[in-house]
Design a protein around this ligand. Structure first.
Ligand SMILES: CC(C)(COP(=O)(O)OP(=O)(O)OC[C@H]1O[C@@H](n2cnc3c(N)ncnc32)[C@H](O)[C@@H]1OP(=O)(O)O)[C@@H](O)C(=O)NCCC(=O)NCCS
Length: 175
């Protein structure tokens, strides 16, 4: 786990100038590497998602990785650097949505998972920072996500990254 030490401190320092579609993110941490997901990552992404959600969704992940992502869709994975680069430590999905709910285009973070044995080492934050960097380069200045009111972990995580309650509330109805 020593490879991850210090990962939290370095994220703002050395994010890349290339887009996720063009190449990997350099995180500034020698132990951590962030890059766009590829089809070769599929099995690990499916396994990690199943570990977290207890539901295997191979078709869902396959369809995401099979289709060519639009210029405003991002699927990032974090791996160890060097010899262990094939081992995925976490992933994040994000997308820029335009004019949702009458708002200006902004980035949405949809899904985020970090391998249990790699948590609390700044990997979630690194993925969030890399995603924010992609959003900024695509020209938007706000990032949003949705969390359960009673999901303490998600609240703690996103609040720690500077996110606060926004101007919208979710409405729903039983059908
Ligand atoms: C939520 C999750 C992605 C966080 O990833 P992580 O790599 O452990 O998070 P980081 O180490 O980058 O933490 C960043 C900050 O979030 C907060 N945080 C993260 N996990 C926390 C926890 N278990 N308890 C309290 N605060 C926590 C901390 O403030 C932390 O910064 P600090 O350590 O300097 O205080 C990870 O716990 C996870 O994958 N959980 C299961 C899947 C999930 O719930 N995904 C999100 C919804 S789709």
């Amino acid at each position: 786990m020593g490879d991850f030490e210090g990962a939290k401190k370095r994220m703002h320092e050395d994010l890349p100038t290339s887009s996720a579609a063009q190449g990997p993110h350099r995180t500034g941490s020698p132990g951590l590497h962030i890059r766009p997901a590829t089809r070769a990552d599929l099995d690990q992404v499916i396994a990690l998602d199943e570990e977290v959600t207890n539901i295997a969704k191979p078709d869902y992940w396959r369809s995401l990785l099979d289709r060519r992502p639009g210029p405003e869709q991002f699927f990032l994975v974090a791996t160890e650097a060097g010899a262990s680069a094939a081992r995925i430590l976490g992933f994040m999905l994000g997308e820029i949505r335009a004019w949702e709910f009458g708002s200006e285009p902004c980035g949405w973070v949809y899904t985020l998972s970090v391998r249990e044995d790699a948590r609390l080492h700044g990997i979630g934050q690194a993925l969030f920072d890399a995603m924010s960097d992609e959003f900024r380069k695509a020209g938007v200045s706000k990032v949003r996500t949705m969390v359960g009111r009673d999901s303490r972990l998600h609240m703690l995580f996103f609040r720690a990254l500077g996110m606060m309650a926004g101007p919208y509330i979710e409405l729903e109805k039983e059908l």
